[in-house]
Write a protein that binds this ligand. Structure first.
Ligand SMILES: [Ca+2]
Ligand SMILES: [Ca+2]
Ligand SMILES: [Ca+2]
Ligand SMILES: [Ca+2]
Length: 275
């Protein structure tokens, strides 16, 4: 098993932690230490500090390099996505997103090679990608760091229509913004390569993004999102797609009890299955 999936339980547990508890502690500088991430050659190194939502999907060149939905091994591995939001001393709230990938940000596009993609956000989780955060210049007017309001028609898509189904004409995996409305600017930093991340080897790169939530208009009210949302990232072929599904907000005590009750039930089910 060369896949390290930590998502479900961590997401649920992190949901019980106030997300604004670490206000002012994320700096957009390409260094991941402020997220609590450590490249110490252990699986635990992927786990961030409390209050950061995350998903880890570390893969390698095993299994013929199959990722999901395509192939490419470590060179196309989207490995982990992290998310938090904070209200700073200036009273403004910012959404922070971070990515670790085995995909070299300088990978050219051409032939059998595909460059880096943009961060996509779907508010309402309704299948419409409402914003793109650009990791590269995409047109004469849409530049790296721009926050762009989009519809799905404003996105290029990948090579796959479903897992392992090569069908570029019918792919719904959004990759990079081609058009849309520039609504503001995010801060973006991309690290140089590093090693010793997790246990599967290879080189890795870290992306760090901070978006003023005012750019999201009615999708964000005050310190918290107005509705549930997904964040997704992939490269221009979409050989590996990573998606983070944060909970809407910090649960109320009643909701928290329900959540914890549900977790207990799920754990009970898992235990029964292992007998
Ligand atoms: Ca940082
Ligand atoms: Ca990997
Ligand atoms: Ca992966
Ligand atoms: Ca949407």
């Amino acid at each position: 098993m060369n896949k390290n999936l930590v998502a479900g339980l961590c997401l649920a547990l992190c949901a019980a932690t106030p997300l604004a508890a670490h206000a002012g502690t994320i700096t957009i500088d390409g260094n991941f230490a402020d997220w609590g991430i450590t490249n110490n050659g252990t699986a635990a190194g992927w786990t961030p500090k409390a209050g950061v939502l995350f998903v880890v999907e570390d893969q390698s060149n095993a299994n013929g390099g199959y990722l999901n939905p395509g192939w490419g091994g470590q060179a196309y591995d989207a490995e982990a996505l992290y998310l938090s939001w904070q209200t700073k001393a200036n009273g403004l709230t910012y959404l922070d997103i971070a990515l670790i990938t085995g995909h070299d940000p300088s990978t050219p596009t051409g032939g059998n090679s595909y460059g880096r993609g943009d961060f996509a956000i779907d508010f309402g989780r309704d299948g419409t990608w409402d914003f793109g955060i650009l990791t590269a210049n995409r047109s004469a007017t849409l530049h790296q760091g721009d926050v762009v309001a989009t519809t799905n028609a404003n996105w290029a898509t990948g090579l796959w229509s479903a897992p392992a189904v090569y069908d570029p004409a019918h792919s719904s995996y959004v990759t990079s913004v081609t058009d849309g409305t520039d609504v503001g600017d995010a801060a973006l930093a991309i690290s140089s390569s590093f090693v010793n991340m997790g246990t599967l080897g290879g080189k890795h790169w870290f992306y760090e993004v901070e978006i003023p939530v005012a750019n999201f208009g009615s999708y964000w009210q005050g310190a918290n999102p107005a509705e549930a949302f997904d964040v997704q990232w992939t490269m221009l072929c979409a050989n590996d797609v990573i998606t983070l599904d944060p909970p809407l907000a910090v649960p109320e005590p009643a909701g928290l009890a329900l959540l914890l009750g549900g977790l207990g039930l799920a754990a009970g089910t898992a235990r029964r299955r292992t007998k």
